[in-house]
Each structure stands twice: as structure tokens, then as C-alpha cells.
Design a protein around this ligand. Structure first.
Ligand code: NAG
Ligand code: NAG
Ligand code: NAG
Ligand code: NAG
Ligand code: NAG
Ligand code: NAG
Ligand code: NAG
Ligand code: NAG
Length: 372
């Protein structure tokens, strides 16, 4: 069985009660992919990483439906998958892998509901990359770009490359204690939206009743807080593809299933109540995946749309520190290597002033847990 968008939509209904009307309005139609908020954050982070030439090309492909609002670019593929003319597209938002194998293999796993080859997230990324780099390709290039931005995000959500038997965690019911006050949800939904919503709630004023702000402001502030932690070294490390390819979905899918096994499925049994230790330890993984998705969308678009794009060089391999003789004392701190700074956040970002990064230091990662 394939992961089911309908199942994901139904399971997110529990969360909506708590998050209120504002979220209901935007979340309901898009419930099946890194929910609206995850995709919007990814695009907010990606935009300032585009070169001027790539940004101009992206803007020229956006028609009047998407006037200079880059966040909406990343969510389009979800809005449209429920329209009749795109009813073939839901399988492009995930990948099913064999139960407990914790591996991904393109030929084995990238299949649609009836076994059709290439009908999965990595196949779609290859498909839309090819459409965009092939001038003679007659597919709608605006749609190719919109699908690519959305699915590049999806493939970074670890449980979107999950086990076939539990539909990427969608059939594993769990209880979320924190803001949801013990409401039932699915493990899939915890990773797709609940942890992000919890963070908005705890650190970005989401539920302050007297606070008259829009969801965009919350997402803008959260995007800025995460962007403040993105470094040039991250871009250099995550951006390039092996062999100079324009996009490399097999790499992203392999990372996701490995993270799914190590962090999403790990230590979770059906009907379990998930508490703060799960939230804090997994939040770092989710933040990293949001940042990686953003860097990869931006660098992929730069490679596709900017003929003069030069890959950010990989940072030098650090020289191993020779342990000092015991009598010498502690190792002195290594001076940070100055590097080029990332471009400032673009003016299309909804909120211009970065907040003080409010997410508290993440506790030391627990020892690698085992898969149930
Ligand atoms: C490739 O893109 C076209 C146009 O959107 C679509 O009809 C086709 O199903 C896509 N195939 C894959 C594997 O993504
Ligand atoms: C391409 O797709 C976009 C998004 O669906 C649509 O708005 C636009 O009209 C399409 N362009 C053409 C030439 O069909
Ligand atoms: C959580 O649920 C309990 C039991 O249903 C209830 O007493 C409590 O008021 C709820 N707390 C919040 C913050 O909604
Ligand atoms: C929360 O709202 C207060 C104003 O009530 C504001 O000063 C603060 O910056 C907001 N926090 C975040 C993280 O945006
Ligand atoms: C909240 O914002 C809306 C839209 O800007 C405005 O119409 C409304 O009066 C505001 N409410 C309060 C209590 O400030
Ligand atoms: C971006 O688009 C969203 C969804 O359509 C909208 O709510 C928001 O106001 C837009 N933001 C800007 C800065 O235009
Ligand atoms: C976003 O951050 C700014 C600057 O810290 C703050 O003034 C504003 O209240 C925040 N917005 C929300 C919705 O918390
Ligand atoms: C940014 O990184 C610092 C240091 O690692 C960490 O304390 C903080 O929580 C991070 N903030 C966000 C928003 O990721």
C-alpha cells in the first residue's frame, strides 16, 4: 500500500482543533506533504540563496498567481494534487521502502501504486529537472518548477521515505502530549507538521490570544531564526551533487530513510505518548532537514537557471587536532575560519527584523536508539 494522502489529511484533523481557525484555513487542503508551514519555511530559507540570475528566471516563470511570493512556490504542488487534473500526482510526494530494511534503492522503491517505474518523489525530481534543463521540452515549465520546489521539500521529510507496511508512519497512532494535550495523531503527521506547529506554539507566539498577527509573520519569524543558523559551510556541504548532477534525489532519499529509522521510528510503539524528550531530540533533525531542503532547492535552481553559477566550494577538510601531552592542559579553542557571509534575507521575506533565536539549546542527542 502507498502512503495515503487521505489518511494524512484525516489524521491532521486532530491537530487542527488545537491550532485553531487560522491553521485550519491553510492546512486542510495541503495536509499530505510537509504541511504548508514546512514548505513555506523551506522556500523562505531558499530564496536568499538564489543568484540574481536564477531569481530573475524563477520570477519570470511565476505568473500572476504567485506575485513575488516565494513561500507559495513551495506549497503549490500540494494545493494542486487534489484537483482532478492532477489526480495522478500524489505518488510523487513520497517513496515506499521495504519494512525495516532502512535502505532505499531507486529501481526497487521508486514505483507508483501499481508498480509503475519512476512514479515517486525521486523519479519526479529527475523528471522535472530534465524538463527544466531541456529547452525543447514542451511541458509547462512553470509547473515543472513548482513541482520541483515542492517535491524537493517532501523528499527531505524522513517519513516521506518510510516503510510501505505502515505507510511512512501514517498507520502508527501516537499521542502528542504537549500543545495537543494528548490528542491522537499519526507518527507521519508528527514529522510532517506537529513538531513544526509545536515550535510555532512554544517559541513564535502562535497561540498568544491577544496577539493579532498573521501566520505569515510567525512563519517569517521562524524562518529568520532558522536562517540565522545557516552557514556558508552548510551550503558548500549540502549544495553540490555527486558527479556534478543538477539534482541528486537518490542522495536525499537515502538520508531520509536512514533518519526515519534512526529517529522517527526509533523508540516509538503504537499508542505511545510522545513527550518532550522526543520533541527536543527530533526538532534538531527536522530543522536540519528544512535547511538542507532549502539549500538543495536553491543550488538546484542556480544550476538549472544560472549558466554562470559557480558551486560554492566545499570547505577544507579540517586538520585533525593532535591531542596535547597530558601535562600541557586543555586543548585551546580553535579560531573560527572566516568565510564569505550568506546574503542578507531578501526583502520578500514577510518580516524584516530577525528575532533573537528563541529555540533553546538542544539537549545532547541520546544514544542511537533501536528500531522497534
Ligand atoms: C513527469 O511530468 C509530467 C508532467 O507533469 C507528468 O505527466 C509525469 O507523470 C511526470 N512523471 C514523473 C515520473 O514524475
Ligand atoms: C502553466 O502552469 C501554470 C500553473 O498551473 C498556469 O498558471 C499557466 O497558465 C500554464 N501556462 C500555460 C502556457 O499553459
Ligand atoms: C488537557 O486535558 C485535561 C484532561 O482532559 C484537561 O483537564 C486540561 O484542562 C487540558 N489542558 C489544556 C491546556 O487544554
Ligand atoms: C512574541 O511577541 C512579542 C510581543 O508580544 C514580541 O516582542 C516577540 O518578539 C515575539 N516573539 C517571537 C519569537 O517572535
Ligand atoms: C487584527 O487585524 C485585523 C487585520 O489587520 C484588523 O482588522 C483587526 O481590527 C485587528 N484586531 C485587533 C484586535 O487589533
Ligand atoms: C504570501 O502568500 C501567502 C499565501 O497566499 C499569503 O498569505 C501572504 O500574505 C503572502 N505574503 C506576502 C509577503 O505577499
Ligand atoms: C516577529 O518578530 C518581530 C521582531 O522580533 C516581532 O516584533 C513580532 O512581534 C514577531 N511576530 C510574531 C507573530 O511573533
Ligand atoms: C541555532 O544554533 C544555536 C547554536 O547551535 C542553537 O543554540 C539555537 O537553538 C539554534 N537556533 C535555531 C533557531 O535553530
Amino acid at each position: 500500500m502507498a502512503a495515503s494522502p487521505a489518511g494524512a489529511a484525516a489524521s491532521s484533523a486532530a491537530a487542527l482543533v488545537v491550532y485553531g481557525v487560522l491553521v485550519l484555513a491553510v492546512a486542510a487542503p495541503f495536509a499530505s506533504a510537509w504541511n504548508y508551514d514546512g514548505h513555506a519555511i523551506i522556500c523562505n530559507l531558499a530564496r536568499p540563496l538564489l543568484t540574481a540570475a536564477a531569481a530573475a528566471k524563477v520570477d519570470s516563470l511565476l505568473n500572476s498567481e504567485f506575485p513575488h511570493n516565494f513561500s507559495t512556490l513551495c506549497t503549490w504542488g500540494d494545493e494542486f494534487q487534489y484537483l482532478p487534473q492532477y489526480s495522478w500526482s500524489p505518488p510523487l510526494h513520497f517513496i515506499n521502502t521495504p519494512d525495516k530494511a532502512c535502505t532505499y534503492d531507486y529501481t526497487r522503491d521508486c514505483r507508483g501504486m501499481f508498480g509503475q517505474a519512476n512514479m515517486c518523489a525521486s523519479g519526479a525530481i529527475n523528471n522535472y529537472t530534465t524538463q527544466l534543463i531541456t529547452p525543447s521540452d514542451t511541458h509547462n515549465k512553470t509547473e515543472a518548477m513548482l513541482f520541483l520546489a515542492n517535491i524537493m521539500g517532501d523528499i527531505h521529510q524522513p517519513l516521506r521515505v518510510g516503510f510501505a507496511g505502515d505507510e511512512g508512519g501514517d498507520t502508527i497512532r501516537v499521542y502528542w502530549l504537549n500543545t495537543m494535550n494528548g490528542s491522537s495523531t499519526s507518527l507521519f503527521e508528527v514529522w510532517d507538521s506537529v513538531i513544526i506547529h509545536e515550535t510555532e506554539e512554544r517559541y513564535f507566539n502562535k497561540s498568544t490570544p491577544t496577539f493579532n498577527e498573521t501566520l505569515t509573520d510567525i512563519l517569517g519569524n521562524m524562518s529568520l531564526a532558522i536562517y540565522a543558523n545557516l552557514t556558508t559551510a552548510d551550503v558548500a556541504l549540502w549544495g553540490p551533487c555527486p558527479g556534478g548532477a543538477k539534482s541528486c534525489p537518490d542522495l536525499y532519499a537515502t538520508e531520509s530513510i536512514e533518519l526515519a529509522c534512526k529517529w522517527a521510528y526509533a523508540d516509538v510503539t503504537p499508542s505511545q505518548i510522545l513527550l518532550d524528550d522526543y520533541y527536543y531530540s527530533r526538532l534538531t533533525i527536522i530543522e536540519t532537514r528544512l535547511k538542507q531542503a532549502a539549500v538543495r532547492i536553491a543550488t538546484t535552481f542556480n544550476r538549472i537557471f544560472d549558466p554562470n553559477y559557480i558551486e560554492v566550494p566545499a570547505p577544507p577538510t579540517p586538520t585533525p587536532v593532535t591531542p596535547p601531552a597530558p601535562a600541557v592542559g586543555p586543548i585551546p579553542p580553535v579560531a573560527p575560519v572566516p568565510g564569505p557571509t550568506l546574503p542578507p534575507v531578501s526583502p520578500v521575506m514577510p518580516v524584516p527584523v530577525p528575532p533573537v533565536a528563541p529555540i533553546p539549546p538542544v539537549p545532547v542527542a541520546p544514544a542511537a536508539p533501536t528500531i522497534p
